[in-house]
Design a protein around this ligand. Structure first.
Ligand SMILES: NC(=O)c1ccc[n+]([C@@H]2O[C@H](COP(=O)([O-])OP(=O)(O)OC[C@H]3O[C@@H](n4cnc5c(N)ncnc54)[C@H](OP(=O)(O)O)[C@@H]3O)[C@@H](O)[C@H]2O)c1
Length: 305
């Protein structure tokens, strides 16, 4: 049996697709799981079903699991708390315990939303204080992961973007929609500060971290990785307008905090610990957003012909 066998949960999602592809390119034997979406490369499973999940792990015998599956839309979490706890906490616990039982390392993907955003930048040892239910369930997910095994890894990441199946799939790509209804005046948040990361950067980090873990068992516990450029949503819109030369006279900055579930003002993650391990890479926002949105802009132009 190959020594490098990995299960990626949530492999149909925004991050999971990039993680699946990165492991495939790195000669790992890979199983990607989905829930409602289908695909040649995907095994559909409800990870809230603990028995089915156990069978899957037992049959595949991974030495690593990258756990991307989650409910991650803060407003949906508030509407379905029970379902969110089943997925973000209970299914995570089951997977983390199974991984430990079968001698596998689990990487649990977490979020900068475990911090309240009042004292950035945050290091891995800083005190957590999630402001919304999403952040609370993700923090509980971290706790059950590390309780199952001190050898597991928690990787906290900021807002993500990259190739999307629909614009609303990422909090960054959704902003392109503002340019498509250009008649109407729009207000965009210029309050909360974010450090967006391209999903390919996080995916290659997962591969590098787990390859390092195979050589050095001391790679364990919590790690942070965030983008290097700070921007509000309005700042992201300005970048998009500049990269694609789109008019934005109808879009104005909104200085007030966003509506809906409370969000941290600035939960910048310090990358120092991972930088010392020499495993991360950063795609610049201009380069990343160019490659992510070019096709969508082209499509829109074709529709207008
Ligand atoms: N996106 C961000 O900006 C962001 C920021 C910080 C942290 N994170 C974290 O990064 C991780 C990945 O997020 P993402 O953006 O890739 O999420 P996503 O695009 O919403 O994908 C969620 C994935 O979970 C799967 N899933 C949902 N319910 C399931 C169930 N009951 N059983 C099995 N799988 C289930 C979905 O499958 P189907 O689609 O097939 O139903 C999908 O593959 C999450 O842990 C999230 O908390 C994301």
């Amino acid at each position: 049996m190959s020594e490098k066998r990995v299960i990626i949960t949530g492999a149909s999602g925004l991050l999971g697709r990039a993680v699946l592809s990165a492991f495939k390119c790195s000669q790992w034997t890979v199983m990607g799981t989905s829930f409602s979406r289908t695909g040649e490369d995907l095994v559909p499973i409800d990870i809230c079903n603990h028995e089915e999940t156990k069978k899957l792990v037992k049959n595949f015998m991974p030495n690593c699991i990258v756990h991307c599956a989650a409910q991650r839309f803060p407003d949906k979490v508030e509407k379905d708390l029970d379902g969110t706890i089943r997925l973000n906490v209970e299914a995570t616990k089951n997977l983390a315990v199974l991984a430990a039982e079968f001698g596998a390392t689990m990487v649990y993907i977490s979020t900068d939303y475990v911090f309240d955003g009042t004292k950035p930048p945050y290091s891995e040892t800083d005190i957590t204080n999630p402001l919304n239910t999403y952040g609370k369930t993700k923090l509980q997910g971290e706790q059950v992961t590390l309780e199952a095994s001190q050898d597991h890894i928690v990787l906290r990441v900021p807002v993500l973007y990259g190739p999307v199946e629909y614009l609303g799939e990422s909090a960054v790509t959704v902003l392109l929609q503002l340019f498509f209804d250009s008649e109407e005046n729009k207000l965009v948040s210029d309050s909360e500060i974010r450090y967006p990361s391209h999903v390919d950067d996080i995916a290659s980090l997962c591969v590098n971290l787990l390859e390092l873990k195979q050589k050095n068992g001391e790679v364990k516990g919590i790690f942070h990785w965030g983008g290097k450029e700070s921007m509000t949503k309005y700042g992201m819109v300005q970048h998009i307008a500049s990269v694609f030369q789109l008019p934005m006279n109808h879009i104005s900055p909104d200085p007030y905090p966003s509506q809906g579930a409370s969000r941290p003002h600035n939960a910048q993650l310090s990358n120092e610990k991972l930088e010392k391990l020499g495993v991360g890479k950063h795609t610049s926002f201009r380069e990343g957003i160019q490659s992510t949105l070019a096709l969508w802009i082209q499509r829109k132009k074709l529709e207008q012909i």
